[in-house]
Structure formats: structure tokens, C-alpha cells
Design a protein around this ligand. Sequence first.
Ligand code: ADP
Ligand code: ZN
Length: 733
Amino acid sequence: MRIAEVVFNLSLDKGFDYLIPAHLSAQLQVGNRVLAPFRTGTRSGYVIRLKNHSSVQKLKTIISLEDEKRQIPPALLTLAAWISDYYCCPRENAVWAMLPAVVRKGEMAHKQIFYLTLTPKAAAFDAQFEALSKKQQDVIRILHRVGALPLKELLGLVEAGERSINRLCAEGWLLKEKRVVERDPFRDTIIQPDQPKTLNQEQAHALDQIKLSLDRQDASTFLLHGVTASGKTEVYLQAIQHCLDLQREAIVLVPEISLTPQTCDRFRQRYGNRVSVLHSGLSDGERFDEWNRINDGRSQIAVGARSALFAPFRQLGLIVVDEEHENSYKQEDSPRYNARDVAVVRGKLEKATVLMGSATPSLETYHNCRTNRYKLLTLRERIADRPLPVVELVDMSQERVMTGQSSIFSRRLKDQINDRLHCGEQVMLFLNRRGFASQMLCSKCGYAATCTNCSVAYTYHRKEAQLLCHLCGAQMPAPQKCPGCNDPEIRYTGFGTEKIEAVTRALFPTALVARMDSDTMTSKDSYRKILDAFRSQRINILIGTQMIAKGLDFPNVTLVGLLQADQGLNLPDFRSGERTFQLITQVAGRAGRGEQPGLVVVQTYTPYHFALQAACKQDYVAFYEAEIPGREALDFPPFSRMIMVHFRGREESQVSETALAFAEKLQPLLKADVQAIGPLPAPLSKINTYFRYQLLLRGRDVRAMSAALRSLLPVYKHRKCDIYLDVDPRSLL
Ligand code: ADP
Ligand code: ZN
């Protein structure tokens, strides 16, 4: 091959052809990082294709091959091409996503520190040794005992200073050399090793199927559907063992890992330092070292969030996607990929088995099982026959009729909390809104405080006496009088976790109460502190947002309250029922994890909604059967595919005009079965001073829709309005 096509990180969605110089012709490969002349200077980029012909007349020549560490394995480069086509993003954005920034930039280095060891001369302990000072003799004795020590540690152990150690080196007693040390993200944690459990029948059956697929390398995709604590993680762990036995490697994707270190620990307990972790909680240095451990083949299991999918394994055997329904698998900026779906593609490319798991699978994934694209494995029972918690619905409109007032706590929930406090058991309360009140209203003139940057109401935070916008973070002091009419009668309506905390303290004055939301969790440390206090039962009632609905395991929690279950049901999004079902199931999963059975009290104004009814019985299949006909009738996913086109700009007229013109040009390019809805102002019509419009495309063939969009996008590049695409959007807001 004579010519290499190279992409640069410039969002041009374009490759550039270069001649390959003779000294590189034998070794240059796709995925190599090269330095090349670009415009008037030089730039470094990635080779994405090798070829013999170019349509360009005068080609420049590649200057050099860059650092070997920053190269992308060919299989990942192919994956990047797929991502770029499918998600309709510039090729270079996808290529750049394959490496962590800290590796890509090439500035980070391995950490090296000075180590001291003895020379043969020192080991002899002869007459010359006797002539040394006592301090110097001590240094040699200690090194004789332990072999090698970092300079810093040695200085801490002996009386001799750095000078006299340097003298010992100069006189040939000691050897001082730099050694690479790893930055260990777990240096402060102690892990108890654990052993594989004897599987129950359902687990064993599931594992057999997965093993068969690993043996055959048939790249099957499985969904492991099982309620919380049914033993899914144990199945992952044993599937990984089989994968390792076959000399292949495994990736485990988990959502928002930094909040649930327990998940990660489970894998380290079984596999120790064969595990690398990749997530946002690491320092740059730690991430660099963890990634290199994978790249050099020193670890065989990568556990991490979304981007761990791009772990540079060469012999990938298994990809586990835990909690596959989680929205955090979708990246919110370009490339807007869904790691769960891309996992299936990587599996196919590298003949790896994909194992998804969830208690509440997404409708898309379960539908894929029903249509035999994925294989369904089910765990029906909880481990050790522990019963599922009982879920009760409390009709809050009835409650108001009965008590003559609207209240935050129903009588049932209040009674139950008192009961639990009495027995020394713990309680968790959930509300997915932080702050004290969700709106400030003037009762006289009707003035409602809304953010000037966004199209939403300010939330009132009482402790700081601030009005805060939850979208853009803007804040202002809470006014004493109505800014509209100067009336002092200001009303606050709606409630958030801050108010729940205040009411809880008033209702249960003897209880120890703590609140966990992004207002109180200002550091990673405060999170751990509260969880530790809760675990050791120094807190009776823990109040929180969805932040604590996931993954936590506290055996003494026997009561969980969900204060407003229908909060999400009224959003203009076809997945609102699915989300509500997931939320209740997830929250219920926090109750009764120990010996005592759990109770979940769900407060709602719509107790007859089928999502709540099914959640109450904790019957996923019933929910699926009830939800799917509606999706089919209205042609929503999984029956259709969607692409959301977003338009965003500071001047509303510019945004709406661009959106209209774009939609008009697009129409003739679309196939007959594609439906274009809009352009319309987005439900969140303004965020952080940007006006937002949307055009929603719905059809069967995503690729045809993206191709049409892609042909049109460059035309609109430089207008005063950003246009970006979201393929398979998870949110329509
Ligand atoms: P899930 O991932 O479905 O929530 P886990 O795998 O975490 O479930 O299992 C729940 C608990 O039961 C864990 O403490 C786990 O160690 C234990 N467990 C899982 N499988 C078995 C088994 N076959 N025998 C005994 N204990 C098990
Ligand atoms: Zn705002």
C-alpha cells in the first residue's frame, strides 16, 4: 500500500490522503497514530485506511509514526467506523472516543520513583563493611532484609540522610535506579477474597447456555432477566471464569460505577488484580495505568462505565452489560452512542458473547428476546428463597378526601415508619426532586419565578434562602416580596427532598435523619460517610433522590417509601410508564434484603395505571404485555426507530427558521414510510440561554434516515444555529 487515509480531531468528518514514506511502508497499520503535514503546520492523527489510489493529485507525505502506546487496535477502529455511520457523527469523533483522553494526549507517563538495592559488594558483609558508620551499616542491613525499597521509604526507616545514601551509591554499595510503579486506585481498600458459590438450578442452566456460546464463539447475545438478589452477578462471575479458562478476556459494563463501589469490589474479590477498572472517579494517572494494564495484557477483566466498552483487549470473549436498561449507557455528546447496543456490535466483530442483565429490562431488549434476536435466560427466585418485598399503593387523592387536607405523608406510611423506628429497623424515603419547594408563586398577581436562561421554574432551597435553576445552575436570593407586585404574600408549592427532611424531623423527632442528594453530597467523602453511618445504624431514616435508589444493599432496611410515584408519569415521553415501573422496582429492591421481609409504600394519585399495578405485583412480564400493544399501535420503539434532530441557538427566530428550512429540504430525501414530526419547540424549550427546537423522525430503517440526514448536514454547518442528531434517543425532552 502506498497511501494512508488519516483523520484529525477537527470535526470535519473527512479523511485526508498521504503518501507513506519508504521507511514506514512495511510497518504502518490502521489505528497507528502519525504526524503529518497539515495546512501550514503539522498535526497528529489516526490512520483509518490503507490504499493504493487517491483522487487527490498532489499528496503530501507522512512525517513519522508516533508513540506506540497511543495506537488503536484494528478491531476498535472498525467499531469506530460503525459508530460513525450508525450514530451519524464525524468519523474522527468516533475514533477519538476509542482512547481515554489521558492516553490519547500522550503527555501522561508511567510514574517512576527511585528504588535502592544492594550491590554484590554490600552483600558480602566483609571488613570494608565493618569500616562503615553505624547509620550506613543500618541502611545495608535493612536492604539486605527486604531486598529493595523506594528511596522515600528507606529514608523513613533509617537515621541516615539522603546525602549519605548517595555516598553509599557512589562508593558502589547501593544501586539507585528508577522503577515504574503503578498508581493503584484501590490502595486504600481491603478486599476479602471470595469463592464461587454452588449455583442453583436456574443459575446453572443460564451459565450452561453462556458457556456453550463462549465455547462456540458464536457471538450470541443473552438477556439475563432476574429480580434483584436473584444471583445475576454470581452468573456473570462464573461466566467470566469460563472466559478466562478459554484464554479470553472480559469486559463488564456497569452504570455510574463511582457511586456503587460495591459492584466493582465483587469482581475484585473473585479475580484480584486480574481486574482493571475504568470510570470517571479515577485520577488521570490511575486511568492511564489501568488502561495500560489492559493494553499490555497484564489484566484480563475490565470493569467500568460506558467507555470501558473500548478496553483494548485483543482476545475478547465476553461483554457483560449489567442493568442494561440504564440511561447512563447513552452518551450525551458526540458520539451519542449507546454502549449497550454498541456492545452487541463489538461482540459480533470479535466473536464475543454479550450478556445483558436486568430486573427491569428495556422494552427494546425484551422485545429482541421475543423475536429471537437475543436469548432469554430467566432467574425467577431470589437466592435462599428470600421473599420479595410487599408493595402497597396508597391513593393520595383518597387520602385527601379522608383526612380533609393534602399531606406529604399518608397515614399508612406514617404508621409504618413509627413501627419500624420502634423495632429499631431502618427506613428509606425517595423523592426524585431536590430542594425545598418546586415553585415560587405570588398569590396576588400570579407571578411565578422562572429562570431567565431556561424555560423552567426556579426551585426554592430554604437552607441557602436561594432560588436555584436545576437546568443551568443560575441562582438568586429568594425574594421577600413579589418582584411583580411587591406583595409580601409569597407562596411556595410542590416539595423536594429538603422539605421532606424538615417534615420528617418534625413528625419523628426522636429519629436520626439524613438526606442524600446532590445538594448534600458535595464530595465523594460525604457520600461514603453517610452510607457508613447508615450501615452502622447511626441513621434511622435516610431520605434521598434516585441517587440512592440503585444498587445499595442494607439488610436492616425493612421499609421503603416512594413519596410521589407518578412524578414521572406525566412527562411528554412515551417511556414514562416504563421509567415508573423501573423506578418502583428499583426502589423496592432496597427493602428486605436481610432476614426481615420488606414493605414498600408507594404514594400515588394514579393507582390504577397499569405500570403501577404491575410494579405492585413486581411482574415485569405483565408490564411488558400491557405496554407493548400501545407501542405497536402508536408505532413507537421497539416497533419503529427514531432519530431526534436538535436545533439550538441564542436567537429564537434563527433557530425556528433553520429548523423549518431543514425539515423542508429533508422531506423529499426521506422514504415514504418515514414520519417527520415537527419541527417544534422542545418540551424544555430553553436551556441555559439556548432556544431549542426538535424534529423527530420515525421509521423502520435507521440507516436510510441517517444517510438522508448526513447528506443534508454539511449544508447547514455554519448557520447561527447548531444542529445535532440523536439516534435512538433515550429522552425526548
Ligand atoms: P443480583 O446480581 O441478581 O442482585 P447477586 O448475584 O448479587 O444477585 O446475589 C445476591 C446475593 O446472593 C449475593 O450476596 C450473592 O453472593 C448470593 N448468591 C448468589 N448466588 C448464590 C448461590 N448460588 N448460593 C448462595 N448464595 C448466592
Ligand atoms: Zn436556568
